[in-house]
Each structure stands twice: as C-alpha cells, then as structure tokens.
Design a protein around this ligand. Structure first.
Ligand code: 1GP
Length: 259
C-alpha cells in the first residue's frame, strides 16, 4: 500500500533522477476527451514527466472525465491543480494544496482550504502543501482577478524570495512561481534564481513559457519543475514535446538538486 506522501516522494525521486521536470497543465475546458489519451501517451513517450489538471476558471463540467482520460494513458503523476473545491477527486495521484501566499486575501490563504480539508480526507487524496506566488506579468491574470490577490512586482525578486522562505518555514512542501496562464512575460530568471538559492523545497515555475530556450533558462536558474499549459493546447506544437522535455532535463544538469 502506498505511503501517505507517495506522490511527493515520487516527484522528489523524479527530480533527483532527471533534473528539472517538464509538466503539462491540462485545462479541462480546452481538451477534447477523445484525443486526450493519445496526447497523454505521446507526451509521456516524449519525456514529459507529469500532468497537472485544473485551472482557475471552469466553464465546462468535464474535470473528472479529463482526469480519467489522462490516468488511463500514463504511469506518470497526474496531479490536481485546483481552482476551487469543485476540483477534488480520488482519481488523481494527489493535489497541489495551493495557498496564494503572495496575496493577503484570507479566503485564498486558508478559507478555501478549511472547506476542502474534510473532503480531501474523506476522499483520501494526497495533498501537497504549496506556497503559490503570483508574479506580475504585464496584465491582470485570471488567477489574480478571481482570487483578488495582488501579484509580486517583477522587479522585486527579494519579495518573492521572502515569501518563499516564509512558505518553507511554515512547512509548505513546494513553492510555485506563477506568471499566470498565457502570461505575456514569464517569471524573471533572477527571481527564479533568488528563490531557488534561498529555499530548499522543490520550486515549480510556470506561466507564459513557449520555447525550449525559456524552459532551459528556468531550469538553469533553479526551477525543479517547469509547467507548460497553453503552448501544447495547439496540436501543431506537439511535435516539439521531446525538445521541451530534453531542454528541462539537460539544462538542469549542473544545478544542485534541491531535494
Ligand atoms: C498556469 O503555470 C501555468 O497556471 C501554465 O501557464 O498556460 O501560460 O503555459 P501557460
């Protein structure tokens, strides 16, 4: 029987083995369920290390079906990236229990978690406590708008680092630097570097990443997991899956692992 933190241990082992990991964010609003198992298998075959499922806004009621369509097609981790308590299911390997620590909205710091906790326990879902840090990216992201949480200024890596350090001291297991889905600018490399240098928990970076070069930059500056969503929603980009995965794995080779 798997341990209570089986998913967390699996991800940390993957980071030790592979270096920086490439995760694909699947937005249930934007997928064709018929095509999803094929895409999932293709991505896993190309070296993609795992899948996040969810998003801030839900316009369609196919979260559960999306999870199941991915699960049948891969042995890699399938992790809920919740937009709210409507995104709870025992059919994933676990969930990022996101607290939007860059904001000061108590509902997204602890309120939603209180509502979710009894259900997470009853459904026996593994939660991975994650300090979620929104970073300004030349526009208002969906998450910023919906959560009413102010992002951290791009030019202030030290503010991001102080948040990440606080998250680690509070016992959070991951830090996620988020520019926002479809962001015009990615999280600045200096910010990735400062957060990675000053904390020891695995660091996830996402939002607006569209090229293998950007993946490599985030990896070189200390990201342990790079997340891509929008770019691979376009089927024409899917032939690049292996190049992106290779960029993550190889660029991180000289960065000491934070695991
Ligand atoms: C958003 O970090 C993820 O939560 C991915 O962003 O869709 O811009 O790749 P993109």
């Amino acid at each position: 029987m798997p341990g209570k933190d089986a998913l967390y241990q699996r991800i940390k082992t993957d980071i030790q083995r592979q270096g920086t990991l490439l995760y694909i964010l699947v937005d249930p609003d934007k997928v064709s369920l018929a095509e999803l198992p094929g895409f999932t298998a293709e991505a896993s075959e190309a070296g993609v290390d795992g899948f996040l499922v969810g998003g801030s806004l839900s316009l369609r009621a196919q979260f559960e079906e999306t999870l199941q369509s991915i699960k049948v097609a891969t042995d890699n981790p399938v992790v809920i990236f919740p937009g709210g308590i409507h995104h709870l299911s025992p059919n994933a390997d676990g969930l990022l229990l996101l607290s939007i620590i860059s904001g000061r909205n108590p509902d997204h710091l602890i309120g939603q978690h209180v509502l979710a906790a009894p259900l997470i326990k009853e459904l026996d879902i593994e939660p991975i406590s994650t300090g979620y840090v929104l970073v300004e990216s030349n526009g208002v992201s969906t998450t910023e708008f919906l959560s009413n949480s102010k992002p951290i200024p791009r030019s202030k890596p030290e503010i991001a680092a102080a948040h990440a350090m606080a998250a680690e001291m509070l016992g959070m297991k991951f830090v996620y630097l988020e520019a926002g889905s479809g962001a015009p600018q990615t999280v600045p490399d200096e910010m990735v570097k400062m957060v990675s240098t000053l904390t020891d928990v695995p660091l996830i970076v996402g939002g607006g990443i569209r090229t293998p070069e950007e993946v490599a930059q985030k990896a070189q500056h200390g990201a342990d997991i790079v997340v891509i969503g929008n770019h691979f929603e376009n089927p024409e980009n899917r032939e690049q899956l292996r190049t992106f995965a290779d960029a993550a794995h190889t660029a991180s080779a000289n960065v000491p692992s934070s695991v």
